[in-house]
Design a protein around this ligand. Sequence first.
Ligand SMILES: Cc1cc2nc3c(=O)[nH]c(=O)nc-3n(C[C@H](O)[C@H](O)[C@H](O)COP(=O)(O)OP(=O)(O)OC[C@H]3O[C@@H](n4cnc5c(N)ncnc54)[C@H](O)[C@@H]3O)c2cc1C
Length: 378
Amino acid sequence: MTPDYLIIGGGISGLLTARELSCAGASVSIIDKSALSTESSWAGGGILSPLYPWRYDDAVTALFLWSQEQFSALSDQLITSTNIDPEILPSGLLIADQPEDGSALSWLNRFNVPHEKITSSQIKKLAPSLTHSYNDLLWLPHIKQARNPRLLKALRSDLTLKGVQFIEHEEITEISIKNRHVSAIKGKQISHSASNYIVCSGAWSSQIWPDKGQIQIEPVKGQMILFKAKPGLLNQMILDSGRYLIPRKDGRILVGSTVEHSGFDKSISDEALNSLKQFACNRLPELKNHPVEKQWAGLRPGTEKGVPYIGKHPEIKNLSANCGHFRNGFVIGPASARLLADLLLNRAPILSPAPYAINPKVKPNKDVVDLRTKPRFL
Ligand SMILES: Cc1cc2nc3c(=O)[nH]c(=O)nc-3n(C[C@H](O)[C@H](O)[C@H](O)COP(=O)(O)OP(=O)(O)OC[C@H]3O[C@@H](n4cnc5c(N)ncnc54)[C@H](O)[C@@H]3O)c2cc1C
């Protein structure tokens, strides 16, 4: 049967989009070049807040604030339907680097994000294993984390129960257009058809989008390491100098991440391992007694300001996109998926879609943004 929607890409963006559409009664298939959810979404940290949220465009903040309200209900629904706990936990986030110009506090106050400045004696009580060199930290107690592989597994299982079909290990090489309509998408051997097509292809989205330059997404590699530690060593997430520690429920501690502009190369390096290890052991000296269990890399779908593309193709009637979430695919995933579903199903949108719309103008090559020459503050 020809599905109503065929989604290209089964990472967090594709799964959440499929969920929104299938909950509204549509039939959905997801096609992926690899096994489902093994790219950026698997590799990420699952912090459910932008890092240094005050540095982002309001368009990202709007998606973040809407999504934040959804995670507890999403977790409950997934546990009930699948019995898989995505470990969405309110660990809270400690932030070491605070700008001197007051921009962090003014952003937190403007958007009513609960926060507190805590002193060294309060830090000692809250997180006694942290190095004692911190004079003060910014504490955001309500920021949650998700355990990516578990959340993705739960979503897949939930979608299976909802009748969503999965086609894995099938790379789409071409989107065929006839009379301003997608007629089919071509895999390596066969073509696939549906009434509507959605590009949720992460870092690869620009490659398959039919109008070159209209969607500008570049892969930005991030490497992570995982310490096999014991529960209770650290209970809060901590962000310091662009790097972070995320304690998982079973005691493991995730340390991330590098920001590397090296194309589609996903190799890992000793340099990154040593630098992440050093960062982690400086902040949490007890980690020296625990082994690094794993190291990996993922490719973030990088956009210049971290604002994703969410919406319909300006001319091709049955093609749309939900991609380019850069460092925040989980943070802003629920709102992005819901917004696209609202637009496709002609419902009142949860947010103004304008900041995420796909510009009809194809930029000439010389204007295509090169992320390597841009400030890397995101
Ligand atoms: C190290 C690291 C840490 C991160 N930490 C966080 C964090 O703490 N919080 C947060 O919110 N975000 C974080 N992110 C970012 C987040 O992981 C991404 O924004 C998010 O995963 C993007 O999801 P996606 O579904 O758009 O892309 P992906 O997960 O990459 O999924 C895209 C899918 O499309 C498929 N695909 C691509 N091309 C084709 C094709 N031609 N045919 C068929 N299938 C195709 C791919 O195989 C892939 O499965 C992190 C990322 C990294 C790498």
